[in-house]
Design a protein around this ligand. Structure first.
Ligand SMILES: *[C@@H]1O[C@H](CO)[C@@H](O)[C@H](O)[C@H]1NC(C)=O
Ligand SMILES: *[C@@H]1O[C@H](CO)[C@@H](O)[C@H](O)[C@H]1NC(C)=O
Ligand SMILES: *[C@@H]1O[C@H](CO)[C@@H](O)[C@H](O)[C@H]1NC(C)=O
Ligand SMILES: *[C@@H]1O[C@H](CO)[C@@H](O)[C@H](O)[C@H]1NC(C)=O
Length: 324
């Protein structure tokens, strides 16, 4: 072998610090997630995967309230992840003015709308489009409608992606559930998932009023940072849409109660919208039970738990739900 070439190989290997074991882990992950790469991409992804895996292993060796795992995002950097799966820009939800009235009713130590009846559709997958806000919106309206009517009907995210721009929403580049509920209210209806299916990219609005299947009478915004109002609403009324700031530790979440010291907690930093479907407490740590939109293979069957009572990552900054 040419000495120079050999040297180049050696230094490349040491720069990457990759072992056969790393490649073995990567190949089993590739098989599990059906990934195929070009030769060049293979080495790039192997490096990113290995960096992620080391970070995950290190986290799991520590004493944390949640574990990380190698999920479908294990071959991506946070910057790539952010571009495809979060709102491209943090949303400023400071215009979400509160109008919630607490029931002041006693509420139980734990609530889980998944177990109360048929109120939640299966976890959906937003794909690589910053449309989380549409899934938070449909998830909430689906459950509020099912609680009111006894009928659970999957609703259209694509209509919100394509048609809700006038309410400060931006399709695959972000939006907010409170603004999407306003759109549905003024538009006088949202179509079903079947009639207006999801495509994961924005296109021309194809709303058909005669096929409107769900309606909003009023939008209720929870007072900014008032997490007790969120508890009250989830305990006495229905699941609640909220937004929070996702940072790099969250994409590898596996199970347990997520908590972070990296994220911000204000209205101008939220970048992901989801649905609180219940709450509880584990060894003295209160948590929310949350439906996400990254498929049922992510987290706990598509759900996650996040620490409750501390406005963790701004989760109480702008939460809302519709009245039907
Ligand atoms: C792990 O963390 C918990 C909660 O922060 C603490 O109570 C416990 O003592 C810690 N255990 C170890 C071994 O550090
Ligand atoms: C958010 O919007 C409010 C007005 O709605 C504005 O006063 C504030 O400066 C904005 N914050 C950021 C960070 O853009
Ligand atoms: C709720 O917040 C949205 C913006 O997020 C706003 O447009 C709407 O006016 C608010 N509703 C009430 C009743 O204040
Ligand atoms: C945000 O976090 C800081 C630091 O922990 C805290 O002092 C502040 O009260 C929090 N603000 C909100 C709105 O939760």
């Amino acid at each position: 072998m040419d000495a120079l070439f050999f040297f180049a190989l050696l230094s490349a290997a040491s720069a990457f610090r990759l072992s056969e074991r790393d490649e073995f882990h990567f190949k089993s992950w590739m098989a599990q997630y059906n990934r195929v790469y070009s030769m060049k991409e293979y080495y790039e992804r192997l490096q990113i995967f290995t960096d992620n895996k080391r970070r995950i292993d290190k986290h799991n060796e520590g004493n944390h309230s949640y574990t990380m795992g190698l999920n479908q995002f294990a071959d991506m950097t946070f910057a790539e992840f952010q571009k495809s799966f979060l709102l491209s820009e943090p949303q400023n939800c400071s215009a979400t003015k509160g109008n919630y009235f607490s029931s002041n009713a006693p509420y139980p130590d734990s609530v889980d709308w998944r177990k109360k009846g048929n109120y939640l559709t299966p976890v959906k997958n937003q794909g690589s489009c910053g449309s989380c806000w549409t899934f938070s919106t449909t998830g909430c309206l689906e459950s509020v409608t099912a609680i009111a009517t006894g009928k659970l009907i999957p609703l259209s995210e694509q209509q919100l992606v394509d048609c809700a721009q006038d309410f400060n929403n931006h399709g695959c580049n972000g939006g907010l559930p409170s603004q999407a509920f306003e759109y549905i209210l003024y538009n006088k209806g949202l179509m079903t998932e079947d009639d207006y299916p999801y495509k994961a990219f924005g296109s021309e609005c194809k709303y058909k009023p005669e096929l409107a299947a769900a309606f909003v009478k009023e939008v209720v915004n929870i007072t900014a940072y008032n997490e007790m109002e969120m508890v009250d609403a989830v305990a006495t009324r229905n699941p609640v849409s909220f937004a929070f700031e996702v940072t790099s530790d969250f994409m590898h979440y596996e199970q347990g109660v997520y908590t972070s010291t990296k994220c911000h907690n204000t209205t101008d930093k939220v970048n992901h919208a989801v649905l609180a479907v219940g709450y509880g407490e584990n060894n003295g740590t209160p948590y929310w039970i949350v439906k996400n939109s990254w498929g049922s293979g992510w987290g706990i069957d598509g759900y996650f738990l996040i620490e409750r009572g501390k406005n963790m990552c701004g989760l109480a900054a702008c939460s809302s739900f519709p009245v039907v």
